[in-house]
Design a protein around this ligand. Structure first.
Ligand code: PLP
Length: 494
């Protein structure tokens, strides 16, 4: 029996409350089509006989399917609406890429199969390596790392190995700007490095004097993001790289923001030695649901000897996995990489092709500046000028009405949009980071900007109480997110 308190919208068949599967279950003991045991259990198996019921809820297949599909409908997803999370590049993922990865010859292979039997898959992976090398200007590539953060760790391990080979094992200091993504200092610490925070300049960019003051004989690397997490291009990038190199260090690039540069500018040409690429941000792949990602690392000649194994190489017309290499940092994943994610990336890049790749970055940057332009009179813009692929606003104008970033973000839910990234980067107070990506139309951007302007109007009209209560339309209202994160209840108890 479904609890009569569970509400239906009455218009679209969406059930707005859902019991757990176990609460749902009717009295039938189990929903398993297993034949009973005839006669005695053989003595060999008796020890394994189940003493308690399996605790599988007694539901039919349609009941089970409907339960999970109903849950899935509560989520705002990239296929139900605009998803302007900054620093995440949540873009629509073309369906054709999903078809590519489901081809049986790709979906049903195993990492331990003989190389001769997976030449096609290896060719596609090799081709992706070539693409990523060309796009980044850093020609030596590993597809192994399983996410951006994993790529950071792998890149730093290579930098450490390189410094050790130079006899400079004292170099363990990694400089990280205070605008960096939290994974940067975390990866450095995990790699046994000491992180030192660089205070950003008044324009949100790296301050050259601050950088110079921290560079010394113990510096292993500068870890930087370009464009940075405030959506601003580090215009001193060449000088920054030169300063680090002159001090004997290497430059690690966080490539999560590559969407702003693809086909237009190359981190390798800017002087960066090592970069991870979040293929699940820049080149397709459903992202944000906790599924697999990919963080290929691309490097220059200096770091090439330290790339992980196995490596994919082309020898004549054959593709080979190279399992041993003396200076390699060794394997960092059980296989050559998350193949499904890499194949989607190859499909996304190939769909644009060499001639049109620049459209990705140009449209992403245009869209972000369009949003910035429409909102800048009504929302405070902390750093002047054009932005790259994401625009940064704050709640400063709304604060005087008692309204904060969180209220604005929650109100967007009522108006049909997923909130933007809030309170990141940390270098501005009340940050709202909006990244539209290249896949959104002007109509979608206008609808979002209209919603943001409506919120600004409501704020000025004194609708503070409603904004504090937002979202007011969904069945679930403002949740205690801290409690949910700190004390999650993950186990069903009878
Ligand atoms: C997303 C992101 C990361 C981490 O990448 P994951 O793939 O989520 O591990 C690092 N740096 C920046 C700037 C990011 O946006």
């Amino acid at each position: 029996m479904i609890n009569p308190d569970y509400k239906y919208s009455g218009t679209c068949g969406i059930q707005h409350e859902e019991p757990l599967l176990f609460e749902h279950a009717h009295d039938a003991p189990e929903a398993l089509n297993m034949p009973g045991v005839d006669g005695d259990i053989s003595p060999e198996l008796a020890a394994f006989a189940r003493k308690r019921p399996t605790n599988i809820p007694g539901l039919s297949e349609p009941e089970t399917v409907r339960h999970f599909v109903r849950l899935s409908q509560w989520n705002h997803g990239i296929e139900t609406g605009f998803y302007p999370l900054g620093s995440c590049t949540m873009k629509y993922n073309p369906r054709v890429n999903e078809q590519v990865v489901r081809l049986p010859g790709l979906a049903h292979i195993h990492p331990d199969q003989p190389e001769e039997s997976v030449q096609g898959a290896l060719e596609l992976l090799y081709e992706l390596q070539q693409w990523l090398g060309e796009i980044s200007g850093l020609p030596h590539v590993t597809l192994q790392p399983a996410a951006g953060a994993h790529g950071e760790l792998v890149g730093l391990m290579m930098i450490r190995a390189c410094l050790d080979a130079r006899g400079e094992s004292n170099r363990r200091k990694v400089l990280v700007p205070d605008s960096a993504h939290g994974t940067n200092p975390a990866s450095a610490a995990l790699c046994g490095m000491q992180t030192v925070e660089l205070k950003s300049g008044a324009d949100g960019r790296i301050d050259l004097d601050e950088l110079k003051a921290h560079l010394d004989g113990d510096t292993a690397a500068l870890m930087m993001t370009n464009p940075n997490t405030a959506g601003a291009f580090e215009s001193d990038i060449r000088e920054i790289c030169q300063l680090v190199h002159d001090a004997g260090g290497l430059v690690y690039g966080d490539g999560a923001n590559l969407n702003a540069l693809v086909g237009v500018a190359r981190p390798g040409d800017m002087g960066i030695d090592c970069l991870h690429i979040n293929v699940h941000k820049t080149f397709s792949t459903p992202h944000g649901g906790g599924g697999p990602g990919g963080g290929p690392v691309v490097v220059n000649e200096t770091l090439a000897p330290y790339l992980p194994v196995p490596r994919i190489e082309k020898q004549g017309s054959q593709y080979k996995l190279i399992h041993h290499d003396q200076q390699s940092i060794g394997p960092v994943l059980g296989s050559a990489g998350q193949i499904g994610v890499m194949l989607r990336a190859n499909a996304y890049i190939s769909a644009f092709g060499r001639e049109h790749l620049h459209k990705i970055a140009e449209d992403a940057v245009l869209n972000a500046n369009y949003v910035l332009h429409r909102l800048k009179e009504r929302y405070h813009v902390p750093f002047e000028g054009l932005c790259k692929h994401e625009c940064l606003l704050t709640d400063e104008y709304q604060n005087s009405h008692g309204v904060k970033t969180l209220d604005i973000a929650k109100r967007l839910i009522d108006l049909g949009f997923h909130p933007m990234t809030v309170y990141f980067p940390l270098i501005v107070h009340g940050a709202m980071l909006i990244e539209p990506t290249e896949t959104e139309s002007r109509e979608t951007l206008d609808a979002f900007c209209d919603a943001m302007l409506e919120i600004a109007d409501q704020c000025e009209a004194g609708e503070t109480e409603m904004l504090h209560d937002a979202p007011v339309k969904p069945f679930r209202r403002r949740l205690d997110e801290t409690q949910a994160a700190r004390k999650p209840v993950l186990v069903w108890q009878e």
